[in-house]
Design a protein around this ligand. Structure first.
Ligand SMILES: NC(=O)c1ccc[n+]([C@@H]2O[C@H](COP(=O)([O-])OP(=O)(O)OC[C@H]3O[C@@H](n4cnc5c(N)ncnc54)[C@H](OP(=O)(O)O)[C@@H]3O)[C@@H](O)[C@H]2O)c1
Length: 255
């Protein structure tokens, strides 16, 4: 058996049925972790489990809405019941609702983003830290924030940006609160990534490619695998002294 960075460790990834979350879950599985994948819909999670198992890894799907405390607690409990510990958690589940100026955003869209992006990360952090601080080896948590947050502002994304700024601030505060419990907490803030979330209203993929070519310093958006690479670094022992950082991976957009 090859010994990899996460061999024998149990990892939890929220929003693992698609996009960045799926790429992170598959990468963790490929590097030896037993991966618990969470999200609201079963079908995409089943596909992520299949991809991990196909590559020789172990995975378990648990449906949960991260905005509900009992449901995210049940995901943590399932990880511990099945695999014996929770060593890594990636709080990735998030939604974007916007495209219009603040005054025109439906109130329901504000609440949905606040519930998933902020309350969801807060509740996940609570459930994860409460488990990890009981373990002799502690744990590592990576939250997915965004450059649309503390790093930059864009018209039509104000409510989303407020929620992602909260994720960056939650990360730094929680990191200080819990590093002496043996729980290391960091964030990754992606810029535009190759998932539907980075498409502007009415935009198709070729339009986005052209926009990236002309506006981003690198000339292209990030792949989900590139975000996963950053997440796995922060979750690994190589980042043992990295605490409360917010790692920007954005093709140079905020350089
Ligand atoms: N793509 C980008 O350009 C970009 C840039 C910066 C930051 N981000 C952030 O990266 C993360 C992943 O984005 P993505 O582009 O991969 O989007 P995505 O493909 O839409 O993935 C989001 C995932 O979160 C899950 N989810 C949504 N609400 C949930 C809830 N209440 N409880 C549990 N799971 C929930 C969704 O599954 P269900 O619907 O089945 O629950 C989905 O699988 C998000 O936090 C996003 O804000 C993305």
């Amino acid at each position: 058996m090859t010994i990899s960075r996460f061999t024998g460790r149990t990892a939890l990834v929220t929003g693992a049925g698609s996009g960045i979350g799926r790429a992170v879950a598959v990468a963790l599985g490929a590097e030896g972790a037993q991966v618990v994948v969470a999200g609201r819909r079963q079908e995409p999670l089943t596909e992520t489990v299949r991809l991990i198992e196909e590559a020789g890894g172990k995975a378990l799907a648990v449906t949960a809405d991260v905005a509900r405390a009992a449901e995210i607690q049940a995901v943590v409990d399932a990880a511990v019941d099945r695999f014996g510990s929770l060593d890594v958690a990636v709080n990735n589940a998030g939604v974007f609702r916007g495209g219009q100026p603040l005054a025109d955003l439906p109130e329901a869209d504000w609440h949905e983003q606040l519930d998933t992006n902020v309350t969801g990360v807060f509740l996940a952090l609570q459930a994860e830290v409460r488990q990890m601080r009981t373990q002799p080896t502690g744990g590592a948590i990576v939250n997915i924030a965004s450059t649309f947050g503390v790093h930059t502002r864009h018209p039509g994304a104000t409510a989303y940006a407020a929620t992602k700024a909260a994720v960056s601030v939650l990360t730094r505060g929680a990191a200080l609160d819990h590093i002496r419990d043996g729980v290391r907490i960091n964030a990754v803030s992606p810029g535009p990534v190759d998932t539907p979330m980075s498409l502007r209203p009415g935009e198709q993929e070729p339009d986005r490619t052209e926009r990236a070519r002309t506006t981003l310093p690198l000339g292209r958006i990030s792949t989900t695998q590139e975000i996963a690479t950053a997440v796995l670094y922060l979750a690994s022992d190589a980042a043992a002294s990295v605490v409360g950082t917010d790692l920007v991976v954005d093709s140079g957009a905020t350089a």
